[in-house]
Unconditional design. Structure first.
Length: 298
């Protein structure tokens, strides 16, 4: 793979979700999605593990019920300084994470800023990894596809499409995978950009769309199709609302379904996505979300 990680972020390492009911989220993340709880900070933020990293998802007590943190990884301290220079040149105010903040996030160094849509963000390097402590899903999920591909992907409703695109392409160094141009609802066409920063077909997607929350959905990728099926059945058995039924997407070929989280936005649970190689990849444009399925429940 020809990713130039001397000039870009290399993965979405973790997200922070500001939630009004951490206990409901604890049950949802562990007993429905199958992540592993991994302790809490002194401030009460709760950590959840998907692989050898200390955490991939953090829940933070917050009444907004929306995304409240994005953590972007770079390969080393030198690239972190390159990112600081780029952010500063773009007029973004940057602050250095304290030793206590680095310890709380289990990283070697980090900087903090606010991206164009008002979401607090961090760029970090040197996460703590514990390969000697195998991931242990309370639901028996064998593994999540994380590692060098990061926690999964997120899809955002943004204020200004061009400003957002220019920021993530030119400042954070992400690459364009494809566009989606489709009728999101009667009378409204959505134009969505999908960006990558590692082999995952897209790590970030966004559209300038009317939405009550900034986060439209986040995605976690299991290792087998059967784990998607058993999780779908579990949602039906536990009466977790299904937002979209099983289907396969046009752009990343992910076989997945969407469920409602305790905060009202969606989670996509999938498997089997294709990957990108920037040396051979050509940008595509799609006019439909899915090859088949992904329908609203009857």
């Amino acid at each position: 793979m020809g990713f130039d990680h001397n000039n870009s972020v290399c993965q979405l390492g973790y997200i922070g979700l500001g939630v009004s009911d951490q206990n409901a989220w604890d049950d949802f993340l562990t007993q429905i999605l199958g992540l592993q709880a991994n302790g809490a900070s002194e401030q009460g933020d709760r950590y959840y593990r998907m692989d050898e990293n200390h955490h991939r998802i953090i829940t933070i007590a917050d009444e907004r019920d929306d995304i409240c943190l994005m953590g972007w990884e770079v390969s080393n301290d030198k690239v972190l300084e390159t990112m600081v220079e780029r952010l500063t040149a773009a007029g973004v105010e940057v602050s250095r994470g304290s030793a206590e903040e680095c310890a709380a996030k289990q990283v070697s160094g980090l900087v903090q800023f606010v991206e164009p849509n008002g979401i607090p963000s961090e760029i970090y390097y040197g996460p703590v990894v514990r390969p000697e402590i195998p991931f242990n899903s309370p639901r028996g999920i064998s593994a999540f596809n994380a590692g060098i591909q990061g926690m999964g992907h997120i899809v955002l409703a943004v204020n200004d499409y061009e400003e957002t695109y220019n920021f993530y392409r030119d400042v954070l160094g992400m690459g364009l995978s494809d566009y989606l141009d489709f009728e999101m609802m009667p009378g409204f066409r959505a134009f969505v950009a999908f960006l990558h920063c590692n082999p995952r077909e897209h790590t970030l997607a966004f559209a300038a769309a009317p939405a009550p929350k900034r986060l439209l959905h986040f995605m976690v990728e299991a290792s087998t199709i059967d784990e998607v099926g058993t999780t779908y059945d579990l949602c039906l058995d536990k009466e977790v609302p299904i937002a979209m039924t099983l289907g396969r997407h046009t752009n990343d070929y992910m076989l997945s379904f969407y469920a409602k989280t305790p905060s009202g936005f969606d989670v996509e649970f999938g498997a089997g996505a294709r990957t990108v190689d920037p040396e051979t990849w050509t940008v595509q444009r799609h006019n439909s979300v899915s090859i088949w399925g992904h329908r609203p429940p009857a």
